[in-house]
Design a protein around this ligand. Sequence first.
Ligand code: AMP
Length: 182
Amino acid sequence: MRLLFIGPPGAGKGTQASRVAERLGIPHISTGDMFRHHVSNGTELGAKVDAIMKAGDYVPDSLTVQMLSQRVAEDDAADGFILDGFPRTPAQVEALDELLSEEGLDRVVVFEVDEGELAGRMLARGRADDTEEAIRNRFDIYRKQTQPLLDVYGERGITVSVDGMGEVGEITDRVIAALHQS
Ligand code: AMP
């Protein structure tokens, strides 16, 4: 199954993507995790994206698409994967469409969350980009650039909504149930 998990910053999609990927036996592909890995390993790409991520801005599409394309081409992704945090812009949707050609995504899981509660959760998490200013910026950019993608995938009839509030294990069960029902 080729899945995309999407939702606002701090919605818990990374946690859920990793849990659901394990249950389904497919890789969890997180562009955020991949970028953080580059930053902590001091790679050339890491040096380019460090300040961008700290500010809560989006990394340029060209860099993001290149990194993601290479990952999706790896053997373990041949039978499916969960994309977490990609695509985030219309240009990335286009790039993914080309990459997956006629097969496309099977399902897009949309995490419905109480946005008022998210900033508090993120500040508690304390990642390098979980400062008040960066969080505000990430929400703004999400609304402007990523939220419209929900309509794009909605029109294709492949979105399923999941209540993303509550206990981690319960949410995982909801995602699995939603994937079975849809
Ligand atoms: P995440 O872990 O998904 O919240 O991503 C953390 C940060 O990595 C984002 O705030 C961006 O700076 C960068 N990033 C991750 N995925 C993308 C993407 N698809 N496009 C642009 N920037 C991204």
